[in-house]
Design a protein around this ligand. Structure first.
Ligand code: ADP
Ligand code: ZN
Length: 600
């Protein structure tokens, strides 16, 4: 009788479970329901894949990620696992073949979209075979208050009544306490055991900088720290994804745009290149990346402010799934805050969206450890991390209460004249900067005219940003500013305002590339052998029409290059080499490690 540990070793080639993987697997194998919360890259898939292999029948995986099903199934085939999918991209013949394989009990895993599962004929099909378990991936999609709501997920509650007694496991990398409750209620997982991993991703370095010229900031960041590496740049608009990609290409960075305005074919090609080739940077709107299981994405950059911490954490979580050092880099400025606030203003869901945005802004403006702030949002307390910008270069905090009061009273004085203006005009007034617009409105007659000449335009912008972030200023029609109730508290001197000094004093500081810590086994790896193994992998992947990392991860190749195994038995002890891959590639690898010496 196989144990979970046997399957982990023989099929996946791994030597130990991560965190509570083993417990989840036991629990599901004995028929229990589970809610599994693990960060991206934490190892959720094994939690249902191993029980699917151990229990009689087929594990049915519900996933919204149709575009990725082919790759997932290919990767499983590499491990000798019999997996298939049913979705709208298939021909009738292909579907019929998969359906037959399921009915005949020839599948370990079957991937379905929630739409497909809601079709009665699909349910009838599943009833005609044996379901080992249901895995509901990206389970946060059931949350109406979350950032990824999918109505089809609401129908998944029928699994409870249609398949009583079949274990169900819901998995997600996005979960505040509220989302967890929703998952439990809406999927009717009343008695499910909950497994919550730490959401910390220690290998990701978080950095949030203030924007001055985002394009060159981005170019410098990539050129100084990530040239030739894979990364994702997130932006809000289609047009900007095009222009930024073009700008990066001018700097010899292989960059491709990805957004909903491209044809399905173009998007597939871009995603395919990103997965298969090394060193591609995709400049994308949020449409890109959900569920992309590429382990060696070295950075995720945001050039626009994300709408929520959930979104930000999920997007940045796509970096460094392989556990090696990776960067999450965000640049934001006053305009982002104004745009987001006015985008939200008046929307039917305004209060909820404002709450999500406020948390995101608090993260940007904090003078404490970014990771502490992030994880607190997910209900976790940690000590300062030592691997974020504030930990590495502690910002000096400056009290700007007086400046804030000057600014707020200017807004109030204008309101008394029944005038409303945006940040630019108010800063001009404070700095005593005459323009045609200040002349037109006689703003030099205001009592606050010129009382803020000691601060630069840039410094004033950071004060406005801080006040907007804290909700002391609100946004009115046409991006005009108004003083809120909490802003009045500041004016009355009941509350202080502080900003990070990095913004005020060290303006336009150029990015300094920092040497990155690398796991120790890397230094032992023979670089020439590692490159030879990579070349072998590239050829093998190309021949098999699969992504290189599906053949082996970098970490596996590195371990081979360090240990130079000389037999199949020895090779089998390398992490990431299971039985099927050993059979398939073992001899070829040994030939790369110990090239046959030419005779004659
Ligand atoms: P998630 O779905 O949680 O984002 P995955 O299931 O894709 O994460 O796992 C992330 C990576 O970690 C994968 O490459 C997987 O093979 C690897 N992994 C998972 N569990 C283990 C383990 N116990 N030992 C070594 N590697 C693991
Ligand atoms: Zn930190």
């Amino acid at each position: 009788m196989n144990t979970p540990q046997d399957v982990l070793r023989d099929v996946f080639g791994y030597h130990g479970f991560r965190g509570f993987q083993g417990e989840v697997i036991e629990h599901i194998c004995t028929g229990g329901d589970a809610i599994v919360l693990m960060p991206t890259g934490g190892g959720k898939s094994l939690c249902y894949q191993i029980p699917a292999l151990l229990r009689a029948g087929t594990g049915v995986v519900v996933s919204p990620l149709i575009a990725l099903m082919q790759d997932q199934v290919d990767a499983l085939a590499q491990l000798g696992i019999r997996a298939a999918f049913l979705n709208s991209t298939q021909t009738l013949a292909e579907r019929t073949e998969v359906e037959r394989a399921y009915r005949d009990g020839r599948l370990d895993l079957l991937y379905l979209s929630p739409e497909r599962l809601s079709i009665p004929t699909t349910q009838a099909l599943l009833q005609r075979g044996k379901v080992a378990l249901f895995a509901i991936d990206e389970a946060h999609c059931v949350s109406q208050w979350g950032h990824d709501f999918r109505p089809e997920y609401l129908q998944l509650d029928m699994l409870a009544s249609e398949w009583p007694g079949i274990p169900r496991v819901a998995l997600t990398a996005t979960a505040t306490a509220a989302t967890r409750t929703e998952i439990r209620e809406r999927l009717r997982l009343d008695s499910a055991r909950q497994f919550v991993a730490s959401f910390n991703r220690p290998n990701i370095r978080y950095r949030i900088t203030s924007k001055n010229s985002e394009e060159s900031q981005l170019v410098n960041f990539i050129r100084d720290e990530h040239m030739g590496e894979s990364g994702i740049v997130y932006t809000m608009t289609r047009k900007r994804s095009e222009t930024l990609a073009e700008r990066l290409r001018q700097q010899n960075i292989t960059a491709l745009a990805y957004h909903a305005g491209l044809s399905a074919q173009q998007r597939r090609t871009t995603q395919g290149r990103f997965l298969r080739e090394d060193g591609i940077v995709v400049v994308a709107t949020i449409a890109f990346g959900m569920g992309i299981d590429k382990p060696d994405v070295r950075f995720v950059a945001h050039v626009d402010l994300p709408k929520s911490i959930e979104g930000y954490y999920q997007e940045t979580g796509r970096a460094g799934r392989d556990g090696e050092p990776a960067d999450a880099w965000l640049t934001y400025g006053l305009a982002d805050v104004v745009n987001m606030r006015s985008l939200i203003a008046g929307s039917p869901d305004e209060r909820n969206q404002a709450r999500l945005l406020d948390a995101m802004l608090a993260l940007c403006e904090t003078d404490g450890c970014r990771r502490v702030e992030l994880l607190r949002y997910f209900g976790e307390d940690i000590a300062p991390c030592g691997n974020c910008d504030t930990c590495l270069e502690p910002p000096v905090v400056v009290d700007v209460t007086l400046a804030a009061q000057k600014l707020l009273s200017t807004v109030v004085r204008l309101e008394q004249r029944e005038q409303r203006f945006g940040a630019g005009q108010i800063i001009d007034i404070l700095r005593g900067h005459t323009t045609t617009r200040t002349q037109q409105w006689h703003h030099e007659t205001l009592s606050t005219w010129g009382i803020g000449a000691d601060l630069s335009d840039m410094q004033w912008r950071s004060v406005v940003r801080r006040l907007l972030a804290a909700g002391d200023l609100g946004i009115g029609p046409h991006d005009t500013l108004r003083v809120t109730a909490s802003g009045w508290e500041v004016m009355r001197g009941n509350r202080d305002v502080r900003v990070r000094e990095t913004v005020l004093a060290r303006k336009a500081k150029t990015a300094t590339a920092k040497p990155k810590p690398r796991p120790s086994d890397i230094s032992d790896a023979d670089p020439a052998l590692f490159e030879a193994l990579r070349a072998w992998r590239a050829e093998t992947a190309k021949a098999g029409k699969i992504p290189a990392y599906v053949v082996f991860h970098d970490s596996t190749l590195r371990e081979i290059a360090a240990r130079r195994p000389s037999s199949l038995v020895e090779l089998a002890t390398v992490s990431g080499i299971g039985q099927t891959k050993l059979d398939r590639y073992g001899e070829a690898i040994l030939a790369v490690v110990h090239p046959p010496t030419p005779t004659s």
